[in-house]
Ligand binder design. Structure first.
Ligand SMILES: [Cu+2]
Length: 168
């Protein structure tokens, strides 16, 4: 084998590795001017009554839009929640009006803050599973997404109910 061929093969392998690792670590969806970055869910043990799910919303358009809800065949329903710490106690409230994304803004739904909540998951969520769901936006309409089930990227301990005082 010539030296040139070895180099070409080495470069080919390197580019394949890069492609596959980026495909595994990030995925996104879009609806109109809204981009939905890396939706993911925590790993759900068998009996978890609720499971947090997270994503990043970016609005590339000139008008505000609002995430108003969502649904999935794999849970009874999806709610939009906000977690906050009040007097050292984690509190959860639902956001019935949804989450607004201003023009040009990016909103993180992340552990410890705003998040989606799968209520009564239909089955355990195992690491690597993809959970199909539909998200609804006031302007952009509905868009199908997949939540990847993974450990918390922020390296917090994984807990099924990471919001003390939360009731489904
Ligand atoms: Cu919640």
């Amino acid at each position: 084998m010539s030296c040139f061929n070895k180099v070409a093969i080495a470069l080919g392998l390197a580019s394949i590795t890069i492609l596959s690792s980026s495909a595994a670590s990030a995925h996104d969806f879009s609806a109109g001017d809204i981009r939905i970055g890396h939706p993911w869910s925590r790993i759900a043990p068998a009996a978890a009554p609720v499971m947090g799910a997270y994503l990043t919303l970016t609005n590339a358009g000139p008008e505000a839009d609002t995430l108003v809800g969502g649904s999935t065949p794999l849970a009874e329903r999806i709610e939009i929640h906000q977690m906050s710490i009040e007097g050292g106690v984690a509190r959860m409230r639902s956001l019935p009006d949804g989450i607004e994304i201003a023009p040009g803004a990016s909103v993180d739904l992340a552990p410890g803050g705003a998040h989606l909540m799968f209520i009564k998951p239909a089955r355990p969520f195992a690491e690597g599973d993809r959970i199909e769901a539909t998200l609804e936006f006031a302007r952009a309409g509905s868009v199908r997404v997949e939540f990847v089930v993974q450990r918390n990227a922020a390296k917090e301990p994984d807990r099924a109910d990471d919001h003390g005082g939360h009731t489904p």
